[in-house]
Design a protein around this ligand. Structure first.
Ligand code: ATP
Length: 317
């Protein structure tokens, strides 16, 4: 549904997005993670046609966004970081304005607005002036404007930033509900948000994608395989260690942490079974066998720990 190849966008000499490539399949909810300044917003602005890339290709539903921006944009709903609700308009008036910009037929606008407000649980404040909305209500209206033209793709830039914990949970439920029928890219700093909503993650750092895939897969490849913590009782650690080193398939010798062995197997080996068979063969009591995966938070810290020393350019439009 979205295909991005070798995308570059600079501000002056500073490459905010530097040779980024990835694809997002139809119906997926993908989390875009990265520290401040990683280039997420710049990337999202290119995906939505607000910025053109200096080089590289973006295809939205097979349509080149540089060649046919309006056709590609018709497939996309965008909720920017700061929800663009005009303060002096009522919610209804604002959505009528957006419907006009989106080219929705006048006769169909009222129906489209009703539907979008219903889907975002925002019908109750249709006649409220936007400046009187709470932050949570404003985000719902922002989401309503994003889905007004019933796009296949939703791009959400830090949609829950600034919301209180109740509003965050409610807004996530909305994203999950609306996301059932759409392809979603969601930029966020919040790891629980990615864990709660996204089947895949793209991790960005210093303008590049540094990891991509399901969080568990990224964790496994980062730790070099499937890792298990295993403990036995009724045997001396010194006696078990040399035997354990001979377990078939171990990719590195087991490390010892207290009385617990840390064993790493290649990705295609069922390490848990091998360790269980080892315990049976050696007549050892297996008292714990725990697969270890790095948490998404640790993964994020490891992949993005290098500080950028590049100095961004002077602000450009
Ligand atoms: P955050 O999570 O803080 O929103 P981000 O990952 O969205 O950050 P971007 O907003 O895309 O990052 O910014 C990437 C880099 O480009 C940053 O170093 C930023 O200072 C720089 N940058 C962004 N917009 C401009 C601009 N208009 N002119 C110059 N530099 C810019």
């Amino acid at each position: 549904m979205i295909q991005v190849d070798h995308l570059v966008r600079s501000y002056g000499k500073f490459k905010a997005v530097n040779d980024v490539s990835f694809g997002v399949g139809k119906g997926q909810i993908v989390g875009l993670l990265g520290p401040n300044g990683a280039g997420k917003t710049t990337l999202l602005k290119m995906l939505t046609g607000y910025h053109f890339p200096q080089s590289g290709d973006i295809r939205i539903g097979g349509i080149d966004i540089v060649q046919q921006p309006q056709k590609a944009q018709a497939l996309i709903g965008y909720l920017p970081e700061n929800s663009p609700v005009y303060p002096e308009l009522t919610v209804g008036e604002y959505l009528e304005f957006v419907a006009g910009v989106r080219g929705i037929d006048k006769a169909l606008q009222a129906e489209a607005i009703d539907k979008a407000l219903t889907q975002t649980d925002a019908l109750a404040f249709r006649n409220k002036v936007a400046s009187h909305l709470s932050k949570g209500q404003r985000q719902r209206v922002g989401l309503a404007q994003a889905i007004l033209h019933n796009p296949e793709i939703l791009i959400l830039d830090e949609p829950t930033s600034g919301l209180d914990p109740h509003q965050i949970l409610e807004f996530r439920q909305l994203i999950l509900k609306i996301g059932q029928e759409k392809t979603v890219i969601l930029s966020t700093h919040i790891m629980q948000e990615v864990e709660a909503l996204c089947e895949r993650v793209l991790i960005m750092n210093q303008g590049k994608i540094v990891a991509e895939g399901r969080a568990e897969e990224i964790a496994r490849s980062l730790q070099g395989g499937n890792r298990y913590e295993v403990r036995f009782s009724g045997a001396k650690v010194e006696a078990v260690a040399p035997l354990l080193e001979k377990v078939a398939g171990l990719s590195v010798p087991p490390a010892l942490a207290g009385e617990t062995f840390l064993c790493t197997f290649p990705l295609d080996i069922a390490g848990g079974e091998a360790l269980f068979d080892f315990a049976v063969a050696q007549k050892l009591k297996l008292i714990s066998l725990v697969p270890c995966t790095i948490s998404l938070e640790d993964l994020f810290v490891q992949l993005t720990k290098e500080e950028t020393h590049a100095v961004p350019a002077e602000p450009l439009a």
